[in-house]
Design a protein around this ligand. Sequence first.
Ligand code: RB5
Length: 149
Amino acid sequence: MTSETIALASDHGGVDLKNLIRDELVAKGYAVLDLGTDGAASVDYPDYATLVAKALKDGRASRGILLCGTGIGISIAANRHRHVRAALVHDCYGARMCRQHNDANVLVLGGRTIGSEVAKDCVDVFLTTAFEGGRHARRVAKLADAGER
Ligand code: RB5
């Protein structure tokens, strides 16, 4: 069991995998904040990235998982929020490295590009791998300062 709350959201391209991941997380004892979408109707992925970013910012969740068809659009949208470090991942190596080296706080998956079993493994690795800190902490700190203001 864990007391960690995970914010979860997708557009229509990721909704089936999002629902499957939600059920897995609940079965493992995570609290899940499912922010939608709920069905196959076409919606706009930036809206769902924003919902998860807000949940992290106001402390309703400590980490997030986002999905769209490819994972590309929703990861671009999520990373517009300065407190978000969203990593689009296609395998367990990426899921591990985004935690160890990048301290990613949002995992992004493509509902149309990844198999469900690989996706579930990625989620498990993402949620159980610690940030290594050290030289990586310096680089992650630079991310917060990067970009035009
Ligand atoms: C929606 O059709 C699709 O464009 C979206 O899910 C995502 O893949 C965008 O990057």
